[in-house]
Ligand binder design. Structure first.
Ligand SMILES: Nc1ncnc2c1ncn2[C@@H]1O[C@H](COP(=O)(O)OP(=O)(O)OP(=O)(O)O)[C@@H](O)[C@H]1O
Length: 226
């Protein structure tokens, strides 16, 4: 993957949520950390065009997030902080199929893709269940399945282990580690991103530092205790 920010920043109501920054992200597993309100989610939303830059530009594999938002969104899957909001249709199987609707595939191809993704996450037994009946970890996996069935090249996850117990956290961690897609993970769960290829630290809307997890996490501990 190749995500580029060129002096790109985001302003809400006159206030910079993300100060203009220039960066190129090519690593396969990238973590994004920082205090509450430091700009992490805004930065991540700029990657899939959910937030358009107030200045500068953002490109994903060479495609501008403003000029061709649809093409960018087909490459970048986004899993929101609250997976309940991700699942639209009550029955999981139908919700996963919904993501494929725009492709106008024959019914048999849709069914094959749905079965394939359910198998990949070992959640075939949940296919006929209602989303509100699923546990937190099952819901996280279901949200991942409903995004990955559309075959994005990049997946962004906003706090995927938030509110999970140890067992479900381990399940989501193992699933993330096994993904072939490039992943960007926003997390307050520092152990989750401890062996990632690169970590970005945001502080008060600024990209304060980025590099190897151990160095960046150490810096985060410093700013968190200021
Ligand atoms: N749509 C919006 N309108 C106005 N202000 C916003 C909007 N989205 C974010 N902000 C503000 O921008 C700042 C950064 O928010 P952001 O959600 O990016 O932080 P975060 O680092 O992801 O926080 P958290 O860890 O709490 O999820 C905050 O001050 C927030 O209130």
């Amino acid at each position: 993957m190749d995500i580029r920010f060129e002096q790109a920043g985001a302003r809400f109501a006159g206030r910079l949520a993300v100060e203009p920054l220039t960066i190129s992200l090519t690593e396969r597993r990238i973590g994004i950390i920082g205090l509450n309100g430091s700009g992490k989610t805004t930065f991540a939303r700029m990657i899939n065009g959910l937030v358009t830059p107030s200045m500068g530009r953002v490109t994903v594999n060479g495609v501008d997030t403003v000029d061709d938002a649809e093409a960018v969104r087909s490459q970048v899957g986004f899993i929101f902080q609250n997976p309940q909001n991700q699942i639209i249709l009550p029955i999981l199987r139908e919700d996963i199929a919904l993501g494929l609707k725009s492709r106008r595939l024959p019914a048999a191809a849709v069914e094959a893709a749905v079965q394939g993704i359910l198998g990949r996450f070992d959640i075939g037994h949940l296919a006929g269940r209602r989303a509100h009946e699923l546990s937190g970890g099952e819901l996280q996996l279901a949200a991942l399945a409903s995004v990955l069935v559309t075959e994005p090249r990049i997946v962004i996850l906003d706090e995927p282990t938030n509110q999970l117990d140890l067992k479900n956290r381990a399940l989501v961690e193992a699933t993330l580690n096994g993904l072939d897609e490039s992943v960007l993970v926003i997390s307050h769960d520092l152990a989750l991103i401890a062996d990632f290829d690169r970590v970005l630290l945001f502080h008060e809307g600024r990209l304060l530092t980025d590099g190897l997890p151990s160095e960046v996490i150490a810096r985060y501990r410093e700013v968190a205790t200021l």
